[in-house]
Write a protein that binds this ligand. Sequence first.
Ligand SMILES: Cc1cc2nc3c(=O)[nH]c(=O)nc-3n(C[C@H](O)[C@H](O)[C@H](O)COP(=O)(O)OP(=O)(O)OC[C@H]3O[C@@H](n4cnc5c(N)ncnc54)[C@H](O)[C@@H]3O)c2cc1C
Length: 489
Amino acid sequence: MDEAKDGVYDVAVIGGGVVGCAVLRELSRYDLRLLLLERQSDLAEGVSKGNSGVIHAGFNVPSGSLKARANVEGLGLMYPLAAALGVPHRMTGKLVVALSDEGRPRLEELLAEGRRSGVPGLEIVDEAAIRRLEPLARGRWALYSARTGIVSPYELVFALAESAWRNGAEVALEAPVEAVAVEGGTFRLATPRGKFAARRVVNSAGLFADEVARLAGSADFRVYPYRGEYLITDKDGGFRLGMPVYPVPPRDDPGLGIHLTPTMEGHILLGPSAEPVAAKDDLASTREVAERLKAEAGRLVPGLERAPFIHAYTGLRPKLVPPASGGLFADFVVAESGRLPGWIDLAGIESPGLTAAPAIARMVADLIGTGMALRPKTDFEPGLPERRRFADLGDAERARLVAADADWGEMVCRCEHVPRAEVAAALRNPFGARSLDAVKRRTRCGMGRCQGGFCTPRLVDILEEEGLPPDRVTKRGGGSRLFYGRLKD
Ligand SMILES: Cc1cc2nc3c(=O)[nH]c(=O)nc-3n(C[C@H](O)[C@H](O)[C@H](O)COP(=O)(O)OP(=O)(O)OC[C@H]3O[C@@H](n4cnc5c(N)ncnc54)[C@H](O)[C@@H]3O)c2cc1C
């Protein structure tokens, strides 16, 4: 793609995380030429892949803040949105547990804060109710939030982007914006894939939003990365959690305290920790934090510390407050630049940014609509074609698929029951993402107990059959090659 050929876009979105993709999808309702530029080889490679996947209710953020407003609005939008796009999600409810009477006043504070923000479905419950609501959890008192839920975070990102694409938006991967120029009210964005021109730009670059803002000269904020480490249980390890269980949030913690979150597939996430780090790519998982996560988890669900764990991962919070201030509260920034009309910065979109994304997207559409006519399309298609996983089908449906096409019968991932047909469909994604992680996050291939021990060689063979030689197969694009040559021919 180059500018001469493609002309001027109405809006360019920088960053293919949940927020950028929600913005792109929201804008695709209107008669606009849209482009999303993502620097990585796939979408959801940034903050949006390493989080708890909780649809927050909104009582953890100060009422009156933009975070609270976007969270509560996002809560209302998220369930119908995930349903329309076929993204796995569930309204589970959530418990914030006080282990003794001492914690009750803090629960009352959270309840009051939530009510001030208009959070629905909150109540304080006692020990007996805790056991009834979540038999694995223990505690003296809890704040129960009926409307909290869980969602598969990266599947949400892919679905938002695909929905936007089906409604006419374009997406360019491996297209980091490296320079910005402004000429006669048009922004010129330089990437290694060519130059792109747009009348409006949305900077949704997550951890790198400060660097992108500096390229444009739009604002002077700085993003500080705060690392959050997680452990994941084996879903067949004997612990099935029905809803997220949180401790009373420590006042001096830049996160919400180490909590337990069920995934849609039945694993339990332990974490995240919260500590400032120097580098925006410091995704280390450490033994010391892993031990702390287990100990804290065992306080909320006795015995969980001895569960079998299959994986560790880490996410980075994009905070606007420096470590010296304790990293506590700073509000979301969703604003048109005072210096560069038409340039919108989205900054500090840490938790509850996943939940808030659809509401932030509407706010961005409102900002764009103040300077540009937004004409709704008559043929906007809100949903996506239904996709059901082979793993979720009954025997009769499976047999029918296998009889029609043998690729449904060739099992590539035995842990998660992923057949070759689903791998092939993932490789045909509209954005051309082809790394092992791209296949993994679209199919769950490699996410089970063996963590890719069995399926990785099969995936490499399939990629080769689909035209990608092994020496070009990467884990997550860039320099993450799996092979550097053959030992024998
Ligand atoms: C540990 C942790 C737990 C969390 N838990 C929850 C939760 O349970 N519920 C909840 O609601 N929220 C949660 N969040 C918050 C949520 O994950 C984030 O708010 C959200 O994912 C931010 O999305 P984003 O699109 O702004 O950023 P990102 O996902 O980081 O997307 C930004 C994108 O911009 C790209 N980019 C950067 N620079 C450039 C450039 N120059 N050119 C082109 N592209 C560029 C990046 O590669 C990236 O893909 C959590 C966050 C963390 C870290």
